[in-house]
Ligand binder design. Structure first.
Ligand code: FE2
Length: 380
């Protein structure tokens, strides 16, 4: 891809297929114990030994695995003490039933029915059981893989996903950041930023149940993260077809960890069993780099300028530029329980709210109230 800005007509299934045809050679990965269907397999004990004897070589290998390598790895036995997993799973069940009773906690990213989702499981577990939280997040391998991909200062979030018998497969997709945006938005990001975005997030899943193939463990397409234009490609029927023909699935055991580059094409699988509930704690870990140097109180700015702005008649380009400076233009981070996406996958931003108010000619009092409500529902 030679162009910085491009559209769907410039996608190449051939280029994608060439990248995905690479194979993972065990001899390139000295600390891995195995390669299964092109996925690197690491053993907990080997990683802990290497962490004390050759930490830089270990961190380098794990990072390379997720970038220059197949883009996906499994840590077998990441949680050797199953009681830690089970104690957290019991809390997940409490949270799921409490939220089902209060009708919150819907999964906006999957069809209703055979799916359970807990947003912000990290905070909800901490509130319910401090020791369960401590035991779970005291895992040195978790810190190791996060630091290998993101360096220090990372931020962990957790979203539990439960797929019950009969639960349907997802469409293949890429993950946060750009995986949560429509093509029209993706296209406005220069290609180097699209590529960079994969280095700002680590995607992980801790198996809270055994995951035999028939229960639908995540379908993965190793090496697919290397297709640079891929954020525009995953909704394309040709690419979906290719995924269906070439994606692989690995069975996991309770306590295993799966980690992948967020640009890897993947999709939750069909749960074909009659009685096996598949539960994963999805960890999404963010780089410290997605943050500005200064904290700006945009509520103050917006409330101050709105009465004046609504009286001005600016050319569209000027209006767009001032809106871009005056408020938050990104949907995240937010509280997905109380601030679900209204359409698409991303909730409304302050800038979109401002634009709506100007278009509909709201009075300042109405805009201020809407702004306060918007702010409130985005808090955790
Ligand atoms: Fe995903």
């Amino acid at each position: 891809m030679s162009q910085i800005f491009f559209d769907e007509s410039q996608l190449s299934l051939d280029d994608f297929a060439t990248l995905c045809a690479q194979s993972t050679d065990k001899k390139d990965w000295p600390l891995a114990s195995d390669v299964a269907l092109n996925v690197l397999i690491y053993q907990r004990r080997d990683l802990l030994t290497a962490a004390s004897s050759q930490p830089q070589a270990l961190l380098s290998e794990l990072h390379r695995a997720l970038s220059a390598g197949p883009g996906v790895l499994v840590i077998k036995g990441m949680y050797p003490d199953k009681q830690i997993i089970d104690r957290n799973s019991a809390l997940f069940e409490q949270i799921l039933s409490a939220e089902a009773a209060s009708n919150s906690g819907a999964d906006h990213f999957a069809a209703a029915g055979n799916n359970g989702r807990i947003w912000n499981a990290l905070q909800k577990v901490a509130v319910r059981d401090a020791d369960a939280f401590i035991d779970y997040y005291a895992n040195p391998l978790l810190a190791l893989i996060c630091e290998a991909w993101l360096g220090p200062g990372y931020q962990i979030t957790a979203q539990v996903n439960q797929v019950r018998p009969g639960g349907k497969a997802q469409q293949p997709h890429r993950d946060y950041h750009l995986g949560f945006q429509q093509n029209e938005v993706v296209k406005r990001f220069p290609l180097p930023l699209q590529i960079l975005s994969q280095y700002l997030t680590l995607q992980g899943a801790i198996a809270h149940s055994d995951m035999p193939i028939e229960s639908g463990p995540t379908q993965l397409l190793p090496w697919s993260h290397q297709y640079q234009a891929g954020y525009l490609a995953w909704r394309d029927p040709q690419f979906i077809d290719y995924f269906r023909q070439h994606a692989i699935q690995l069975p996991l055991e309770k306590g295993d960890g799966l980690f992948f580059n967020p640009a890897l094409f993947h999709a939750a699988g069909n749960n074909l069993t009659h009685d096996h509930i598949r539960t994963a704690n999805l960890l999404q870990v963010s780089s410290s780099f997605g943050k500005a140097m200064e904290k700006v109180n945009y509520i103050t700015v917006l409330k101050q300028i709105y009465p004046a702005l609504r009286l001005r008649t600016l050319p569209e380009a000027e209006l767009n530029a001032v809106i871009a400076a005056a408020g938050e233009g990104y949907s995240f981070p937010t509280n997905l329980d109380t601030d679900p996406p209204s359409s698409g996958l991303a909730p409304m931003t302050q800038q979109q709210l401002l634009r709506l108010a100007l278009t509909e000619k709201w009075q300042p009092e109405a805009f201020n109230a809407a702004l306060d409500e918007h702010q409130l529902k985005r808090q955790a």
